[in-house]
Design a binder for this molecule. Structure first.
Ligand code: FBP
Length: 546
């Protein structure tokens, strides 16, 4: 396989580990835990994996373990550092006993069900150390939730003599990991299941999980691109750039990029919802900033838009909630064409929601009415909100121009950044964090744990001071409506409006809107001064400074 010089040099990088993981460990157990919501219901659904303690690893005595095999699955969207989780797990498992084997299931959870797998050998592993992407075994979005799938899984796990399965995924995939752990525990199948917190979206975080891996590198990659656009924008001074950023419902990516780049405008979906803003309010907010800059002779600027914003406009949120229920009706399951689906939706939603539905541009309305992803989420990455908003701002400015309220020009460019960052070569932070998460998972396995997520904390400190351990997945759960039914799920972390990152942004945004206060972060650096190469996200720095 041909590789770039950077990849060759990066392959030699040895990721750092927390001190506690550098030798034999002992597991220190905290107090029994409770789920974050619906405690009685979650306890009943997870009788074997509920209430377990949080675990912290400390230096311990060496123990000899018989050889065992481990399986690994990459689930959902790609995130930088996935290969390092695998290399950390590989090295951790081999350090316990060189005869241990690691098997990768191909193309996500579907590989477990279809018995599609490969052994990850040391030669194979070495080609992927510190690289971006999930291509070593591929990823997929098959949802593991049926007993039939779990039973097919156990057949291959037994055939390969696999003692533990590590599932690398976001909130939905880790919810499924927990359901699988519970099922295998209840059946006394003797297979452990461990999760790993992945997603560029940054919405899998809480008291125990500081950040999901990949968020750091993805945001740095998007910020480099936004910075480049801002330089171009400030050089030509003739365009407003509308930049949509991935992140599903949460605005963490947009907010982090705003903290790094200081654009003129950054919308935060969670704020739009809290202020009960209508689509017209959002458009007016942008148009006013455009008009104010135009009055100073600045007919250019940048607007960051979180991809999920449309879901947070209260009237549209209400519409989506009803659409989800309607699309889950048995009669909707046999629809084969998009047109039929839209007509079905129109015939079944309430008059209020129908009015909102009809008021939306037809392409956006159609998108909201079309299929959900396997976890029941609206596929917001497919909705062209950046074009929708800029079109509506242009219309408003045209009206204001006639009334003498707008004196400038409004030329636009549109961008959507998502896929560009999901497979970037991991930053030093993600390389170390991911390797530690994987290595740590091997210690959770060796300690016989199941239904836990691998966690590494204190990550704004140097890596040696990081704290390694495990959190029971049930601790993060509550009940939420999915595909029309109440389901146990890990609670998604949205941007907190009273949190330090948003407060910092809110304190500066007026100045950034008026002035041209752009910051140009430049590309991720791997070698050089620590303040350039080893900084965590601004979000994490602000959160941990409190
Ligand atoms: P995960 O939640 O699986 O980590 O995926 C994140 C994400 O990149 C979202 O930001 C985006 O909305 C979605 O995946 C796009 O999905 P797909 O890769 O299926 O197009």
């Amino acid at each position: 396989m041909a590789i770039s010089n950077l990849q060759a040099a990066r392959a030699a990088y040895q990721p750092k580990l927390p001190k506690a993981l550098q030798g034999p460990v002992k597991a220190v157990e905290g107090a029994p835990t409770q789920s974050v919501g619906n405690q009685a219901e979650i306890k009943e659904l997870f009788p074997n994996t509920y209430g377990m303690p949080v675990i912290t690893f400390e230096a311990g005595e060496p123990v000899e373990l018989p050889a065992f095999n481990v399986g690994i699955i990459l689930s959902g969207g790609q995130a930088p550092g996935g290969h390092n989780v695998i290399s950390g797990l590989f090295d951790g498992v081999k350090s316990l006993n060189p005869a241990n084997k690691l098997y990768g299931f191909i193309l996500g959870p579907g590989g477990l069900v279809d018995h599609s797998y490969m052994e990850i050998t040391s030669e194979l592993m070495d080609q992927y150390r510190n690289t971006g992407g999930f291509d070593i075994i591929g990823s997929g979005r098959t949802k593991l939730e049926e007993e039939d799938q779990f039973e097919k899984g156990i057949q291959i796990l037994r055939e390969l003599n696999i003692k533990a399965l590590v599932i690398i995924g976001g909130d939905d995939s880790n919810t499924n990991a927990c359901v699988l752990a519970e099922y295998y525990a209840a059946k006394k199948y003797g297979v452990q299941v461990i999760g790993c917190p992945k997603t560029i979206d940054g919405d899998l975080k809480n008291e125990q999980i500081e950040t999901s891996f990949g968020f750091d590198t993805a945001c740095k990659t998007y910020s480099e691109l936004i910075g480049n656009i801002q330089r171009d924008c400030n050089s030509a001074r003739k365009y407003w750039h509308f930049i949509k950023l991935m992140g599903r419902s949460a605005s963490h990516i947009a907010l982090e990029c705003a903290l790094q780049c200081q654009p003129n405008i950054c919308l935060v979906s969670e704020e739009v919802e809290a202020k009960a803003m209508s689509l017209d309010d959002v458009v007016t907010y942008i148009a006013e900033a455009v008009a104010a800059r135009a009055a100073e002779g600045n007919n250019f600027g940048t607007v960051l838009i979180p991809e999920g914003i449309i879901e947070f406009i209260p009237a549209i949120k209400k519409l989506i909630a009803e659409l989800n229920d309607v699309l889950a009706l048995p009669a909707a399951q046999n629809i084969t064409s998009a047109n039929e689906q839209i007509e079905f939706v129109k015939a079944h939603i309430s008059p209020d929601n129908l009015a909102v539905f009809k008021s939306l541009p037809s392409d956006v309305a159609a998108q909201l009415a079309l299929d959900r992803d396997p976890h029941g989420n609206v596929q917001v990455s497919l909705i062209e909100t950046e074009k929708l908003l800029s079109r509506m701002v242009a219309d408003k400015l045209a009206v204001w121009k006639k009334a003498g309220k707008f004196v400038g020009k409004f030329g636009t460019q549109h961008h959507f950044f998502g896929y560009e960052g999901r497979c970037a070569a991991p930053s030093n932070y993600d390389a170390d964090y991911c390797y530690s998460l994987g290595y740590n998972a091997s210690r959770l396995i060796a300690n016989g744990k199941t239904g836990y997520m691998s966690i590494i904390k204190n990550t704004t400190a140097p890596a040696a001071e990081w704290i390694a351990g495990g959190v029971p997945i049930t601790m993060m759960m509550n009940l939420e409506k999915r595909n029309g039914k109440m389901k146990p799920v890990i609670r998604k972390a949205l941007v907190e409006l009273d949190g330090a990152p948003f407060k910092f942004f809110a304190a500066h945004r007026e100045q950034w809107a008026k002035e041209t206060a752009y910051v140009y972060p430049g590309p991720i650096q791997y070698w050089g001064p620590t303040e350039v190469c080893d900084q965590t996200t601004k979000t994490l720095q602000l959160e941990q400074a409190k």
